[in-house]
Write a protein that binds this ligand. Structure first.
Ligand code: SF4
Length: 366
C-alpha cells in the first residue's frame, strides 16, 4: 500500500508550509519543484542544493518516485524504467516515430491504470491521456474501463505521476494533457482539480490551462462545479447519442443525469465561462450513426457554440457493437458540417494497437 504521500501531489504553497515546519526557508520549495519538474529527478538524494538533514526529512515524509513500486512485481515483470511505476506492458507499432504508445502501470497497491502518449510529430506536439480512477463506476457499454466497476480514486500525486512518467518516456515536457483515460474525472473531483493546478503551475510542468482537457460522461454536478473554478481548462462531454433513449441504452449515466439536464448544465457552463465545449460522439453501427440522428444532434447542439469530435468505435470484447462503414460516418460528418457545427472525424488510434480505453487493463485482469 502507499505508505507515504507522493511529493507530486503537493502544490508549491503546501511544500512551503512543510519547509517552514522543518525550519527551512520557503525558497526550498521552489528548489524542490525545480528538481522535480525542471530537472525531472526522482530521488531526494540528487537534490544537491538542499541540506542533507532536510533531504532526510523529505525522504521520511514523502515518496519521490511518481508512484511507489513493488519489488515483487519487478521480478515478475522486469521494467524498462528503474523508477516509479512498473511498466508492465507497452504496445508500440514497430518503433515508428509518432505512433501512439499505451502504457499499463502497476500502482503500489498493485492496482492497474493506463496512460497513453499520442505524439503529433508534424505539429511538434505530444498529448498525454491520463487516468483519474482505478476502474470506473459508469459502465458505458462500449468502454472496457467501466466493465468491472470502480476500485478507487487516484490521488493527485498518482495523476501527476502519470504525466511525469510520460515526460520521462518522451524525454521532454508534454504539451497537452487530456483526462480521457480510465475513470470519470468528476467522480474524483478534488484530486483531479488539484492535479490540474499542479500541472498548470509555473513552478511545475507549466502546462497551459488551455492545453489541459477534462472529459466527463455527463456528471452534471461536476460540470456545475467546474463552471465556478475560474480556470481556462477545456471541457469535453461524452454525448454519444442525440436522444434520451439511445443514450440510456449505451450510457447508464443518462438514467441519473438525463440528457435534458446535461444540456442545460452545458448551456449554463458556456454562458458562465464563455468557453466552448467539445462533445465526443462515438459512432456505432446501427445505433447512433444515421443521418436522421445527425439531424437530431444538430437540433440538440443549436443552443450554444460547440465542437463535435466524431470517433469511430474501437471494438471491445464485452460489447458487440461495430464501427460503421466509412461512407456512413462521412454522411454523419457532412450533416453536422452543413449545419455549420465545427466537427472532426477522428481516427481511433488506440484501436490499431488493440488498446482502446481500458483494454490493456481489462486484458490483464482477465
Ligand atoms: S467511457 Fe469514461 S465514463 Fe464511460 S465507462 Fe469508460 S471511463 Fe467510465
Amino acid at each position: 500500500m502507499i505508505d507515504k504521500p507522493s511529493i507530486y501531489g503537493l502544490l508549491p504553497e503546501e511544500l512551503e508550509v512543510f519547509c517552514k515546519e522543518q525550519g527551512q526557508p520557503v525558497f526550498r520549495a521552489k528548489q524542490i519543484f525545480d528538481w522535480l519538474y525542471g530537472k525531472r529527478v526522482s530521488s531526494f538524494d540528487e537534490m544537491k542544493n538542499l541540506p542533507a538533514p532536510f533531504r532526510d526529512q523529505l525522504v521520511k515524509h514523502f515518496g519521490s518516485q511518481p508512484l511507489e513500486e513493488t519489488s515483487s512485481l519487478r521480478r515478475e515483470a522486469p521494467c524498462r524504467n528503474a523508477v516509479a511505476f512498473q511498466t508492465l506492458e507497452k504496445l508500440e507499432t514497430k518503433g515508428e516515430k509518432g505512433e501512439t504508445q499505451k502504457l499499463l502501470f502497476q500502482l503500489s497497491d498493485q492496482e492497474l491504470i493506463e496512460t497513453v502518449i499520442i505524439p503529433a510529430p508534424r505539429r511538434g506536439t505530444n498529448t498525454i491521456c491520463i487516468s483519474a480512477q482505478v476502474g470506473c463506476r459508469f459502465g458505458c457499454a462500449f468502454c472496457a474501463s467501466g466493465q468491472k466497476g470502480v476500485i478507487r480514486n487516484l490521488t493527485a500525486g498518482e495523476i501527476v505521476g502519470q504525466v511525469m512518467e510520460a515526460a520521462k518516456e518522451l524525454g521532454e515536457r508534454p504539451n497537452n494533457v487530456v483526462f480521457m483515460g480510465i475513470g470519470e474525472p468528476f467522480d474524483n473531483y478534488d484530486a483531479v482539480m488539484k492535479s490540474v493546478r499542479i500541472l498548470n503551475h509555473p513552478a511545475g510542468l507549466n502546462i497551459g490551462a488551455r492545453k489541459i482537457t477534462v472529459s466527463t460522461c455527463g456528471v452534471v454536478p461536476g460540470i456545475e462545479r467546474f463552471a465556478e473554478e475560474g480556470l481556462q481548462v477545456e471541457l469535453s462531454v461524452s454525448l454519444h447519442a442525440p436522444d434520451e433513449q439511445t443514450r440510456s441504452s449505451i450510457m447508464p449515466v443518462n438514467e441519473t443525469w438525463p440528457m435534458t439536464e446535461l444540456m442545460d448544465a452545458c448551456a449554463v457552463y458556456t454562458e458562465k465561462t464563455n468557453r466552448i465545449i467539445t462533445f465526443e460522439y462515438t459512432l456505432i453501427k446501427d445505433i447512433n450513426d444515421s443521418v436522421e440522428q445527425a439531424h437530431e444532434l444538430v437540433q440538440l447542439l443549436r443552443r450554444f457554440p460547440c465542437r463535435v469530435n466524431l470517433i469511430p468505435l474501437s471494438p471491445v470484447e464485452e460489447f458487440d457493437g461495430e464501427c460503421p462503414e466509412s461512407e456512413t460516418m462521412q454522411a454523419f460528418f457532412q450533416t453536422l458540417e452543413n449545419a455549420h457545427i465545427n466537427t472532426t472525424l477522428r481516427d481511433s488510434k488506440g484501436s490499431k494497437l488493440k488498446a482502446a480505453c481500458g483494454q490493456l487493463r481489462s486484458r490483464r485482469l482477465d
